[in-house]
Every structure is written in structure tokens, then in C-alpha cells.
Design a protein around this ligand. Structure first.
Ligand code: TYD
Length: 233
């Protein structure tokens, strides 16, 4: 029997250290409710789509909710809300239509999905109403909160991720065919952005901010880092 070859000259390489699955934290999100929000042109919808795909690939059942709309009733309300022909719409009517669409999606989709233990991912939610109809439009927070309490019942998100972007970058990302909300001008949209930042400051336990000015891949990395950190607390 020959002596074993000295270690250094062995042709067999030591196994590479096993790389733990970087997305192994995702399955813990089943049964949670996360909102993606931010100004028009923030790129949140791209990040939302990426996150939903990653969660599904990790085996998490995902309920995707897009506002306004997401139900047959909600899609009809969406048409009224975004059609530039309705520029006489009063602010309270606008706020209540967004909430009406939301009340329907809460009842029809969000609450049942949470009950089934799915991860609910919403592209916009009450945080949008606070920013657009509240901070930018001028409606008092208390009024919006009162209607939201009626519309959402106990469907409150575990985390709201705000994709923050400066106006110049946001404007460069928009489709030139602007809808009724996008047509509201630079000052309005500056107040929307500030509204989101103020909300995040008021509710640090439920909000997190992602710098969305960077490239899509960099934003995805920071989105994943922040959601993982916040949801594992
Ligand atoms: P949408 O085409 O869905 O925009 P995005 O892809 O940016 O989500 O249009 C929704 C518009 O409605 C958008 O300009 C934000 C606005 N909005 C409000 O003003 N209040 C709300 O409560 C919601 C949900 C959206």
C-alpha cells in the first residue's frame, strides 16, 4: 500500500465554500403585505415586477395588486380617474374614487390573499393618496385617514417601500402621453415627492426609502437589502 500523496500535490481541489442562497429570506414573507410606492417616473413598477418574480421563484405565493384598478369595478373607476377629459374633478371626489377602487380591491383580493397566507404586493396604496391628494392636493391628513380606515378595514401594510427620485430624472422616464395626474405640473409633483418623504419620517417603523435615481440593477440591490433588513426585524 503506497503512502498517501502529500496534501500540496493533490490534484483534488478543496470544495468551494457553499454560497448560501442570497434569496433564502424570501419565504418568510408569506402572509405579509408590502407596498411599493413613489412619484410618477420613480421606476417602482419595474422594481415591483422584479421583486414579485424573485418571490415567486423562491416559492412564495404572491398576490399582485395594482392601484387604481385591479378589479373589474376598480378598472372602471381608474378610467374615470386618469382620463384627462375630467379635469373639473373635485379633490374630494378624486380622493374618494381612489379609495372606492381600494375598498373593492381590499375586499375582493387583499384580505382573501392574506387569509390564504400569500405575500400581498401592492403597486401604490393609501401612501399614494396621502402624497397626491394630501401633500400635493391639499386635503388634510385626518380626512384621508378617516376614509382610509373605512376603505381598508384591517388591511394595513407591514412595510411601505418608497422609491425616491428627483424630478428631472422622474420626468425623463415618463411616457410623453401624460395621464390626468401626470399632467399636473412640476410644482405639484415636487409636493408629491416631499409628501412621501414626510410620510416616511412620520412613520419610520412602517416606511423605508430607496434611492431610485440609480440604474435599475443598483436600485434592485438596495430594494432587496432594505426589504430583507426591515422584514427580518
Ligand atoms: P398609474 O398609471 O397606475 O401610474 P403608476 O404606474 O405611476 O403607478 O397611474 C396612477 C396615477 O394615480 C399616478 O399618477 C398616481 C395617482 N394616484 C393618486 O393620485 N392617488 C392614489 O391614491 C393612487 C393610488 C394613485
Amino acid at each position: 500500500m503506497s503512502a498517501p500523496a502529500p496534501l500540496q500535490s493533490s490534484p483534488v481541489q478543496a470544495p468551494a465554500p457553499t454560497n448560501p442562497d442570497p434569496q433564502s429570506w424570501l419565504p418568510a414573507l408569506a402572509g405579509k403585505f408590502i407596498v411599493f410606492d413613489g412619484p410618477d417616473g420613480s421606476g417602482k413598477s419595474t422594481q415591483y415586477t422584479r421583486f414579485a418574480a424573485l418571490a415567486r421563484n423562491a416559492g412564495v405565493p404572491v398576490a399582485e395588486i395594482r392601484e387604481p384598478g385591479g378589479t373589474a369595478v376598480g378598472e372602471r373607476i381608474r378610467e374615470i380617474l386618469l382620463d384627462p377629459i375630467h379635469n373639473e374633478m373635485s379633490l374630494r371626489c378624486e380622493m374618494m374614487l381612489y379609495m372606492a377602487s381600494r375598498a373593492q380591491v381590499v375586499e375582493e383580493k387583499i384580505l382573501p390573499a392574506l387569509k390564504r397566507g400569500e405575500l400581498v404586493l401592492a403597486d401604490r396604496y393609501v401612501s399614494s393618496t396621502f402624497a397626491y391628494q394630501g401633500a400635493a392636493g391639499g386635503l388634510p391628513i385626518d380626512e384621508i385617514q378617516a376614509v382610509a380606515t373605512a376603505a381598508c378595514r384591517d388591511a394595513w401594510p407591514d412595510l411601505v417601500v418608497i422609491f425616491d427620485v428627483d424630478q428631472q430624472t422622474a420626468a425623463s422616464r415618463l411616457n410623453p402621453l401624460l395621464d390626468r395626474m401626470e399632467q399636473k405640473g412640476a410644482e405639484f409633483h415636487a409636493r408629491v415627492r416631499q409628501g412621501y418623504l414626510d410620510e416616511a419620517q412620520r412613520h419610520p417603523n412602517h416606511y423605508t426609502i430607496v434611492d431610485a435615481t440609480k440604474s435599475e440593477d443598483i436600485v434592485t440591490t438596495s430594494m432587496l437589502d432594505t426589504i430583507r433588513d426591515r422584514m427580518s426585524k
